[in-house]
Design a binder for this molecule. Structure first.
Ligand SMILES: [Mg+2]
Length: 225
């Protein structure tokens, strides 16, 4: 029997000879690529109480209300905080690390920070894709409230990517990252505090970008990349 070539055979062959991208990488922002914003605000303003982070208070709503009350008590506006953030630099080595990831795989930064806080420092990171929340700011500059775009957005973003037939490697450092790590194909911790390491022993722990890149490579290979 004379088999006619399938009309799309050539395209199928070309497509088959190229690797489809089947992996995405999701990174937390603070503690992974940039320092903790609130810790820096605490340093610059001298208000020690602002040092509390999700590492200390896993209940994000309680933590944010506590922070905004302290800002009010001290008359600190968005302009004061923006000045602190503009003076911050990404963690040493993070820009090159992020760039090398973005060249290889779709890379998303998932953060519980706010778009108004993130803007100045995202410029310094080369403007990667960031999904985060939004502050409600009055004309006076007083930060009155915040809008959570989506509850547990880190986890739900990872789940949405996996529903799109992507494997996901997620990197975080804190309690508020652990549901994202659990939803990912592979989760990795970067410079986590001891209590997170103890509670989540299933995730590899890395301490520098060299180690983190190696852990991502290893996870990618295990996922068939
Ligand atoms: Mg973090």
């Amino acid at each position: 029997m004379n088999m006619m070539p399938h009309p799309f055979a050539e395209q199928v062959e070309v497509a088959g000879s190229q690797r489809a991208t089947m992996l995405a990488v999701c990174l937390d922002l603070e503690g992974i690529l940039v320092p903790e914003v609130w810790v820096n605000v605490a340093k610059q303003t001298g208000i020690e109480a602002l040092r509390r982070t999700t590492r200390d208070e896993p209940d994000y709503d309680r933590l944010m209300r506590y922070r905004l009350d302290i800002l009010d008590e001290n008359g600190i506006t968005i302009d004061d905080i923006t000045a602190v953030i503009e003076a911050m630099e990404p963690l040493e080595g993070s820009v090159g690390f992020l760039d090398s990831l973005e060249r290889r795989w779709p890379t998303l930064v998932l953060s519980d920070t706010f778009s108004q806080f993130a803007r100045p420092i995202m410029d310094k990171l080369g403007n990667p894709t960031l999904l985060c929340h939004t502050l409600v700011i009055e004309d006076s500059g007083r930060i009155s409230d915040w809008t959570i775009r989506l509850q547990d957005q880190k986890r739900r973003t990872v789940e949405a990517l996996r529903a799109m037939n992507l494997e996901v490697i997620a990197v975080g450092d804190s309690y508020n990252d652990t549901s994202m790590l659990a939803a990912a194909s592979a989760g990795i911790l970067f410079r986590p505090p001891d209590n997170v390491v103890e509670e989540f022993p299933q995730y590899p722990v890395t301490q520098d970008y060299h180690g983190l890149a190696a852990a991502i490579d290893e996870a990618a290979s295990a996922l068939g990349e």
